[in-house]
Design a protein around this ligand. Structure first.
Ligand code: GLC
Length: 766
């Protein structure tokens, strides 16, 4: 359609290229980030993922050659050809990614007769007729690509040979590899090749499609039903640079409150205050550490958002206060669907303010969710967001410490919302087709802003639906998984890919939401949950209860062991989040992130890294009491036995039901807290340092764990340097938080030594 290249002009960081049949704009955002744009349905970007000006002043050169126009930054060369074909090279001239020069060749040939049969049995039908999408970019496959990212998609770590869609969906059936889309739309992927790596972020909110070489082997493509051609090519030396650059564009998960990194218990089915009290008391009686209890929809009056069910949960706020006395924090669920009921305050306010989506007829659009007939806040309207932000005050005044945003795809019980339901896109009229994939994103933003405004602490919002950039506002979980071994297995690649997609604060429902957990499955799931950023046991009505004590002594002991371990490792998790805010790297990482040249880890579905230092190799198969483990090159220590292992090979390790194989990289220092039942139980003024011999450096962050004072310098930064000769040096790099650790307890080779600390550097002979 674009035809021959005619002319170009440069303005600021953008090069506008005129073709016979349209125009393209190549913008240099940074030396490593290039935007490729063409205004198909409107003139601008209207990004929901990118906030603020990201374009830096970059020195770049434009060369107009006979064959192509070349734009050269310090890191990339972009060549623009006729037909708006765009190829990317590294500064040294290595080809990274080229547009495919042919046409897509869909392979599905099926006669009307067989189509009718497929239709009759209710099968999904292949796309027939013109297989091309209105917006479509086809890239040439060089043959050595592995693909990662794409948010919460099911299946395996490496997305090569699979196809996916972006259309936020609440599908209650057991999620399998065949699912094209789940709750989140993160149209970003990383391509890892033999000797290079790059990322592509297709910033398009419409129903979109990603085929990573499934249709044909010689190309892969991404496309969308509508919107603009608008993608970012992201370069970098190594995979962490791609993640850093992507999160530079779309934002980073901010440091959460410390308690949110503790353990959470939830169940859809705690029907009244008595149920909740009993669960809370049992945790304390059994001395299983826990911080947070989640209140699912039953705490509301008739599932009406921002109300309280006094009949079953007593006087508003009283239960939350009571739980608070034994250290519990409460998170309350809020769905977007507002019950359509005359006289209900939220409904009336929304009607009066014009805050709900409307049908083409001009009437407020109704569908159904938990409360029955319901209407949908139009979160693309800044006034709706402001109103919704204000409503958070209700929860904050009740004493809740966070909000859990669910059903925000949006889910609807009487069929999906029609494409033409009227929504707002900031200052413009828009529709459901354009705003669907950002609905949960904008709801989270509104919630975040409300908590930011009415509570001094860092907002704790959990969301089910996301778009690129949701990490700035919310933690996320993988939705309604089930108590199936396949879902425990999937948790690893799913969390790894979400992390690479910017969604750093993530977790799965530990034990599985639907179906019935077995004792063994719960034991193995808590071992994965222990190392997941969001560590929450949650289950559905209709499934058996799955609190840790319900399955006998062994299961209880295993749960306790890993929940206690989690609390010991809290400072490590907290450091990882601080690193995440700084660099965008997620706590849960696929091995490929740090060992991208190691072919062995490109398809690694059974292990993950927690930061750079800890490798988790959980058992995720029924009946297994051994695990085949791969350690990347270098020296490692078995966390449990302290046995030294040399990486670069596979081996079998014993893993009875209470052992999750764990390895720590040589030269690491792992900070630990002393045992605690919950954050805030006692002063955390002693830090235990587990030292794993070798040369290394670790920087540890400490602050009040709650508010934003750290952004004004109210934090301490400690440096721990270990040398292979057996010394450990402790130094304070930044002092801004009044509570220094009083004491360091150093554990090395079975020996424990204590050192008082007053802020002066310490050198310790181990
Ligand atoms: C949805 C959520 C689930 C929740 C339930 C009831 O299924 O995904 O977590 O418990 O709704 O609110």
């Amino acid at each position: 359609m674009y035809g021959k290249r005619k002319s170009y002009n440069t303005k600021g960081g953008s090069v506008r290229v005129c073709f016979e049949g349209g125009e393209g704009v190549i913008s240099v955002i940074t030396d490593e980030i290039i935007n490729v744009f063409s205004p198909v349905s409107n003139r601008g970007h209207r990004s929901k993922a990118i906030e603020g000006e990201k374009a830096e002043r970059v020195d770049f050169k434009v060369n107009d050659g006979a064959e192509y126009l070349e734009i050269k930054t310090r890191a990339l060369r972009v060549r623009v050809y006729d037909g708006y074909k765009v190829d990317f090279y590294s500064a040294s001239g290595e080809l990274l990614c080229a547009d495919y020069r042919g046409s897509r060749r869909g392979s599905r040939q099926i006669s009307e007769k067989f189509l009718a049969l497929l239709r009759a049995e209710g099968h999904e039908l292949p796309r027939l007729g013109d297989i091309n999408y209105k917006i479509q970019v086809v890239k040439r496959m060089e043959g050595d690509e592995a693909f990662y990212g794409l948010g919460d998609k099911t299946g395996f770590l490496n997305k090569r040979h699979y196809d996916y869609e972006m259309w936020n969906s609440d599908l209650p059936a057991a999620h399998t590899d065949a699912f094209k889309a789940l709750y989140k739309s993160v149209p970003f992927f990383i391509t890892l090749r033999k000797s290079c790596v790059y990322g592509i972020f297709f910033d398009n909110t419409y129903h979109s499609y990603f085929d990573m070489g499934k249709e044909k082997d010689d190309y892969y493509y991404f496309g969308a039903d509508n919107g603009n051609l608008d993608y970012y090519f992201i370069g970098g030396e190594a995979m962490p640079d791609i993640v850093r650059n992507y999160t530079y564009l779309t934002g980073r998960a901010p440091l959460p409150q410390l308690f949110t990194l503790g353990y959470h218990q939830s169940r859809w089915g705690y029907e009244n205050a008595g149920d909740v009290r009993e669960v809370a008391a049992k945790y304390r009686a059994l001395k299983i550490p826990i911080d947070t209890i989640h209140f699912d929809i039953d705490y509301m009056d008739g599932y009406k958002v921002f109300t309280w069910n006094e009949a079953d949960f007593g006087e508003p706020g009283a239960l939350i206060e009571e739980l608070g006395k034994s250290g519990f924090k409460v998170v309350t669920i809020i769905d977007p669907g507002v019950k359509a009921e005359a006289g209900y305050e939220i409904y009336e306010e929304g009607l009066a303010g014009g805050y709900f989506a409307v049908a083409q007829t001009g009437e407020v659009y109704e569908n159904a969710v938990w409360p029955g007939d319901a209407v949908f806040p139009d979160f693309g309207n800044p006034q709706t967001r402001e109103w919704w932000a204000d409503k958070q005050k209700f929860l904050i005044e009740l004493g809740a410490r966070g909000v859990w945003n669910d059903m925000n795809e949006p889910a609807s019980f009487r069929g999906g919302l029609l494409d033409d339901v009227v929504f707002t896109d900031e200052d413009e009229r828009s529709n459901h087709e354009a705003m669907h994939n950002v609905y949960g994103h904008l709801m989270s933003k509104a919630s975040y802003e409300g908590w930011r405004k009415y509570d001094e602490r860092r907002p704790f919002v959990i969301t089910r639906a996301c778009y690129s950039g949701s990490q700035k506002y919310a933690a996320a979980w993988t939705g309604d998984n089930q108590s199936l071994w396949a879902h425990l297995q999937m948790a690893i690649p799913q969390m790894c890919n979400m992390g690479l997609s910017g969604l750093a604060f993530i977790g799965t429902d530990v034990g599985g939401f639907g179906a019935d957990v077995t004792p063994e499955l719960l034991c193995r799931w808590v071992q994965v949950g222990c190392f997941s950023p969001l560590f929450r046991n949650h289950s559905s009505r209709g499934s058996i209860r799955q609190e840790p004590w319900l399955f006998g002594e062994e299961t209880l002991a295993v749960n306790k062991k890993y929940i206690e371990l989690r609390y010991r490792l809290l400072p490590y998790f907290y450091d990882l989040f601080w690193e995440c805010e700084e660099k965008g790297l997620p706590p849960v990482r696929p091995l490929a992130l740090h060992y991208e040249r190691d072919e062995e880890v490109r398809d690694m579905n059974g292990e993950f890294l927690l930061g750079e230092r800890v490798l988790v190799a959980p058992v995720v198969e029924q009946g297994a009491d051994r695990k085949l483990v791969y350690l990347p090159r270098g020296e490692w220590y078995d966390y449990w036995t302290k046995e030294k292992k040399t990486g670069g090979c596979w081996f079998v390790t014993e893993a009875p039901i209470d052992v999750c194989p764990l390895y720590v990289r040589a030269g690491s220092v792992l900070p630990n807290f002393k045992p605690m039942q919950y954050v805030g139980e006692h002063e955390m003024d002693e830090l235990i340092l587990d030292v794993y011999g070798g040369n290394g450096r670790y920087v540890h962050f400490q602050d009040n764990g709650e508010d934003f004072a750290y952004r004004d310098g109210a934090y301490n930064k400690y440096e721990f340097v270990t040398l292979a000769d057996g010394t450990l040096k402790i130094e304070l790099l930044h002092r801004g938080y009044e509570k220094l650790y009083r004491k360091f307890i150093i554990r090395y080779r079975g020996r424990e030594q204590e050192f008082a600390f007053k802020g002066d550097p310490l050198t310790i002979w181990l």
